[in-house]
Structures are given as C-alpha cells and as structure tokens.
Design a protein around this ligand. Structure first.
Ligand code: NDP
Length: 240
C-alpha cells in the first residue's frame, strides 16, 4: 500500500511542488494549508490531492489533524515540514508579535507535527521526516532575526531528532533552500531581489521543483542511511 505523506504548507509554492513530486512518486499525499482557501481549492481541483486546513503553530490542531488523516488515509509515514512565514523587520522595528508568529509557525510547527507522528513511526519502525530550513538560517539575514533564528533552530532540531530515530528506522533530514521563485520571494522589494540574484553563482532564482527533487530523494525507502543531514539547494550562494 502507498505510504501516506503529509506536506505542510503544501498547496502553493515549494510545498505544492513537493506534494506533486511525492504524488508522482506514488505516495498518498495530503497537503496542509493555513487559510488561503482559493489556492487550496484550485490545488485540490487541479491535482486531485486532498488539502486540509489547520494551523501548524497550534499543537492540538496538529495532533487532531494527524489523527484524522490516519483514520482517513492510513498512518503518516512521511512528513515534510514546509509551512513557513516571514515577518521581516530590523531589530529596532520588530514587534514581539512578529518574533512569536515566526518562531511559533516555522519552528514550533515543526515540533508540533513531529510530535503528532513520532509515536506511530516508532511503533512501525519506519519514518521519513524532512524539515525545510533556509539559507538564511545558515548564514543569517539583515532584517530577519526571527526567521533566521527559527530556521537555524530547524537545523539543530533535525540533528537532535535524527539521533533519536536512527536506530528505529526513522530518518530526519533538512533542506536549506536558497532563494526560490515563490510568493514569499515575490514579497522582497525588486531592488533588493536584484542584489540577491547577483550573488547567486548559478545566476538565477531556484525553482520550487528543484527543492521537491531533494525531498523525494530523502524520503525514499532506500535513503535509510541518510539522516541528520542538511541538503543545501541554493545555486551555490552559500557553501556550508
Ligand atoms: P509560500 O509563502 O509561497 O507558501 C507558504 C505555505 O505555507 C502556504 O501553503 C501557506 O498556507 C502555508 N502556511 C503558512 N503558515 C502556515 C501555518 N501556520 N499553518 C499551516 N500552513 C501554513 O512559501 P514558500 O513556498 O516560498 O516557502 C515554503 C518553505 O520554504 C517555508 O518554510 C520557507 O520559509 C522556506 N524557504 C523558502 C525560500 C524561498 O525562497 N521561497 C527560501 C528558503 C526557505 P496558505 O496558502 O493557506 O497561506
């Protein structure tokens, strides 16, 4: 039977590309989203992949959603923690709420979702988790103390959880994307984006499919010896 894969933030951007790639590879995919109904409906209609709404920052909602998915589709054996937001501002201007929102969603969401599937993965002796970090968690970024801290946390979280899963058939890896052509990057002012692209050796923004390719590789059944690693997919912008 096909393995069930949950992709958070899976209805647009990088998450959508991941959901499509895993669907194509034969997984039974469920895509999560936060509130953009229009995108979610179009996604479901175009792809045939079910979309489910819950807030990854809400621990109870994650537990309920994974329980419901297990009943409807089967136990979650592949989890891709992709949902993420930005609330950029310099330290002087950053509101406490912007710190909380980004840390609770980008890092707290990763904990909540792993917690919701971990016990089941241990029981079955199999699991694949991929957490989407960021080049800005590796290198830092002006105006992003919240985002860089949360994404840097993802990389530490991944290495710690990988150690707990290693002898139990569960791998936990991270992907650190560079700048990828999605709505999130479209929000960066054009003059700033131009300077960013000038620093990417490959000479362009990345494509969501190029991240999805890495996820499909890491979640494969025969990728059991790859755990605790961070795959940088960034056009050579940051060689970590
Ligand atoms: P987008 O803004 O295009 O999409 C974000 C997705 O996450 C949407 O599906 C959104 O749902 C969902 N989401 C946001 N908050 C929540 C929440 N609280 N609960 C559930 N779902 C949520 O982002 P990208 O595709 O650009 O980014 C995907 C991931 O990759 C993020 O973690 C991001 O930090 C990371 N990343 C992106 C880079 C880039 O250049 N784009 C670079 C490095 C890392 P909805 O549609 O309902 O709003």
């Amino acid at each position: 039977m096909a393995r069930v894969a949950v992709v958070t933030g899976g209805t647009r951007g990088i998450g959508k590309a991941i959901a499509l790639a895993l669907n194509k590879a034969g997984y039974r995919v469920v895509a999560n989203y936060a509130g953009n109904e229009e995108k979610a409906k179009t996604f479901e209609k175009d792809t045939g992949i079910p979309a489910r709404k819950w807030d990854v920052a809400d621990f109870g909602a994650c537990m309920d959603a994974c329980g419901q998915i297990a009943k409807e589709f089967g136990p979650v054996e592949v989890l891709v923690n992709n949902a993420g937001i930005t609330r950029d501002a310099t330290m002087r201007k950053m509101a406490r709420e912007s710190w909380d929102a980004v840390v609770d969603t980008n890092l707290g969401g990763c904990f909540n979702m792993c917690k919701a599937v971990w016990e089941g993965m241990l029981d079955r002796g199999f699991g694949r988790i991929v957490n989407i970090g960021s080049i800005n968690g590796q290198a830092g970024q002006y105006g992003q103390v919240n985002y860089a801290a949360a994404k840097s946390g993802i990389h530490g979280f991944t290495k710690a959880l990988a150690q707990e899963g290693a002898a139990k058939g569960i791998t936990v890896n991270a992907i650190a994307p560079g700048y990828i052509d999605t709505d999130m990057v479209a929000a960066v002012p054009p003059n700033v984006l131009e300077k960013i692209v000038a620093r990417i050796p490959v000479g362009r923004l990345g494509k969501a499919d190029e991240i999805a390719r890495g996820v499909a590789f890491l979640v494969a059944d025969d990728a059991g010896f790859i755990t605790g690693s961070t795959m940088s997919i960034n056009g050579g912008q940051h060689m970590y």
